[in-house]
Design a protein around this ligand. Structure first.
Ligand SMILES: Nc1ncnc2c1ncn2[C@@H]1O[C@H](COP(=O)(O)OP(=O)(O)O)[C@@H](O)[C@H]1O
Ligand SMILES: [Mg+2]
Length: 370
């Protein structure tokens, strides 16, 4: 029987695309890379033409929308053996990009350290199996590899999520590994070295909202090329992302309901305008303090969709959409809800009188903003 997961890793989710790319890949490949930089780019940014491979025909879907040059630079950074640090607001697809890069380059996206205030060096480098350690003394069999060790040993990418949540002195344990590609294991005496296999590299992500929590040291910063991932600036693109994402979420969770374009449009423009501080009709808007991220918009939409699927009549309910929006914006700050209410009573009111239809229903649903 086929194994099922709630959220399969990228390499499983896009198994066929990766296989098709591999079979058709004639580009130059850095040592130990599964795909050439050209094919990695195609995997992330998609391609128009269909490709033939042993499994049939396949079209590579675009997965990241926005800055293509950033994706190219990131791949080049990794091909040049420099660490890559993706920084930006929450919900700008930093994690998604690092998973896509990892899956395309190394074939796995799961060799990951999750940075938290409690992350220790053990969780990054290695620890010991104490039973074996006591029985045989320190040798390699008693060593329990952590993601950095695994990446160096196998020649694959180690992802370090939310690195700035980790105390600075712990972050700094990466410095010598990144510059010398060598890990010291003092417990093993003369044999206490692990040299990194080709293909090893580190992709870190950091949220600018965490800035100042545990600022990275300048020594560590020098070991990475930084790329700032910007929020989407176009409402139309945001709408497309919402539709793409909820469509695949629904497919994976066997929710048999077609995404509704109009509802995606409402939500995309709401998130876009609240983030930008100006409406398409020219109103100035007081921006909420919370991050109005695309990821959040996807989750509000999907939440509404599954309510409609399980409780409703299988369509998107605008009242429910506004209730979920309320939950999302009032999470951090009470004043934000007031700002969204003001947005409804100006911008949505005007759109409602111009466009009618779903905009009027959206305007009427403002009673749920409480
Ligand atoms: N530019 C984008 N292209 C495609 N999807 C995006 C983009 N920005 C945001 N998303 C959506 O939002 C989610 C971002 O989540 P994530 O990668 O966890 O963000 P971050 O790590 O930056 O907080 C993605 O999974 C995707 O659904
Ligand atoms: Mg993230």
């Amino acid at each position: 029987m086929e194994q099922k997961w709630i959220k399969p890793p990228v390499e499983t989710r896009y198994q066929e695309e990766l296989k098709a790319l591999r079979e058709n890949d004639s580009g130059l490949r850095p040592e130990n890379w599964k795909l050439s930089p050209k094919a990695v780019r195609t995997f992330i940014l998609g391609s128009q033409k269909e490709i033939h491979y042993s499994g049939g025909v396949c079209r590579i879907r675009r997965k990241y929308f926005g800055n293509d040059a950033l994706v190219e630079r990131s791949i080049v950074t990794l091909a040049g053996n420099r660490g890559l640090m993706l920084v930006g607001e929450p919900g700008t697809a930093k994690t998604m990009l690092s998973e896509l890069l990892s899956a395309a380059i190394s074939g796995v996206s799961t060799n990951t350290i999750q940075g938290t205030a409690g992350t220790t060096e053990d969780m990054i480098k290695y620890s010991w199996n104490y039973a074996l350690l006591l029985a045989n003394g320190p040798d390699r069999r008693a060593l329990v590899p952590a993601p950095l060790y695994t990446g160096m040993e196998k020649g694959i990418i180690t992802r370090f999520e939310e690195i700035t949540r980790t105390p600075a002195e712990i972050q700094d344990s990466l410095i010598s590994v990144l510059s010398d590609k060598l890990l010291n294991i003092p417990e093993l005496g003369d044999e206490g070295f692990l040299f990194a296999a080709p293909g090893f590299n580190v992709i870190g992500t950091a949220n600018t909202r965490d800035k100042g929590v545990n600022e990275m040291s300048s020594a560590l910063k020098r070991r990475f090329n930084f790329e700032t991932v910007q929020p989407i600036r176009e409402a139309a693109m945001e709408k497309q992302i919402i539709l793409n994402e909820v469509e695949s979420l629904a497919r994976e969770n066997h929710v048999e309901m077609e995404p509704d374009e109009d509802a995606a449009e409402l939500l995309a423009s709401t998130y876009h305008e609240l983030r930008e501080g100006v409406s398409s009709l020219g109103h100035r808007i007081d921006r909420p303090a919370a991050v109005m991220s695309t990821a959040e918009a996807v989750s509000v939409y999907y939440q509404t969709m599954i309510s409609g699927y399980y409780y409703g009549d299988g369509t998107m309910d605008v009242d429910c959409l506004v209730q979920n929006l309320t939950g999302a914006v009032s999470k951090e700050n009470k004043d934000d809800l007031e700002k969204v209410r003001a947005y409804f009573s100006t911008v949505i009111r005007d759109k409602s009188s111009r466009e009618g239809g779903i905009w009027s229903r959206y305007y009427e649903a403002r009673k749920w903003l409480k």
